[in-house]
Write a protein that binds this ligand. Structure first.
Ligand code: ATR
Length: 271
């Protein structure tokens, strides 16, 4: 019997997830159907439960429901608990399991596709909203020697790292704290690129040979990436690869088989 999955969000019409999962299923010979579900702002839990009652096996969760998904799940992975956000729900006999594959998707894209080491590197994450939350633990686990979270509203950055306690190399604050520090990997997790806005980064943030990574995708060269290139970043990249890799991790959680990301990434880049 065909197993059903879905992505739930608001808005959802432009989600690439149905296409990604259809491609993974074809590649792995898995009999699944994957659809996009629009839930009203106050109707996330109802939409999930209705899908589950209809035989659904799991869902991806996107904006603005990742915190609601954390609350709905009965059990969580450590990375979801630390991120305080869930992007993947799996339904089983014990209830609803919540995971967060965003951060591992980012790490996989940086390390495996772009060939940039994270181990021993100085990493800067810009932003302290939903997109930033998911990536802290996976970046630490990947061996970043230092991880700085800088946000327009400094208190949000400080709050974001609070669950990690005092940890060598992990700091948070406003953009002003960046001073003369330089980084090997600079990740834009703010939503500034969505409205074509730049960020007030001091010159010298980008170390020689550094990577600038914008989590936004489908926007071409964003202001952040253009500024990064002008300020000396060697490699500038948008977030399409992270999207594909987080989807592959969700697929693995549900189906127990890891799809080959590279051909799907190539297909999306040419689309
Ligand atoms: P998301 O889930 O996409 O992360 P969010 O929770 O609303 O969305 O967070 C948006 C992030 O982008 C925040 O870190 C926000 O900074 P503030 O916490 O100070 O609001 C950041 N952001 C959005 N527009 C920005 C801009 N023009 N300059 C700097 N930071 C911006």
């Amino acid at each position: 019997m065909t197993d059903r999955y879905a992505v739930i969000g608001n808005p959802i019409a432009h989600s690439l997830s149905p296409r990604l999962h259809a491609e993974f299923a074809r590649q792995c010979g898995q009999d699944i159907r994957y659809e996009a579900i629009l839930a009203p702002a106050d109707g996330f839990a109802d939409a999930v439960q209705a899908f589950r009652r209809a035989g659904g096996k799991g869902v991806n969760v996107t904006v603005p429901f990742k915190v609601a998904a954390l609350e709905l799940a009965d059990r969580h992975s450590e990375r979801a608990r630390m991120a305080r956000a869930v992007n993947t729900l799996k339904f089983d006999d014990d209830g609803i399991f919540g995971d967060n594959t965003d951060g591992v998707g980012l790490v996989t894209d940086i390390r495996d596709r772009l060939g940039v080491d994270i181990d021993g590197r100085r990493v800067l994450v810009l932003g302290a909203g939903g997109a930033a939350r998911g990536v802290v633990l996976p970046l630490l686990e990947a061996g970043a020697s230092s991880l700085i979270i800088a946000n327009r509203t400094p208190e949000r950055a400080v709050e974001l790292i609070a669950p990690y306690g005092v940890r060598a190399g992990l700091h948070a604050g406003g953009f002003g704290m960046l001073g003369k520090h330089e980084f090997d990997i600079v990740i834009n997790a703010t939503s500034a690129s969505l409205s074509d806005q730049g960020l007030p980064l001091p010159s010298g943030v980008f170390a020689a040979g550094s990577l600038a990574y914008d989590m936004v995708y489908g926007k071409g060269t964003t202001r952040f990436l253009a500024d990064a290139s002008a300020q000396g970043a060697a490699l500038c990249c948008d977030g399409l690869g992270m999207l594909v890799a987080q989807a592959a991790e969700s697929f693995r959680l549900w189906r127990g088989v890891m799809p080959d990301i590279a051909p799907v990434m190539a297909m999306m880049q040419h689309a």
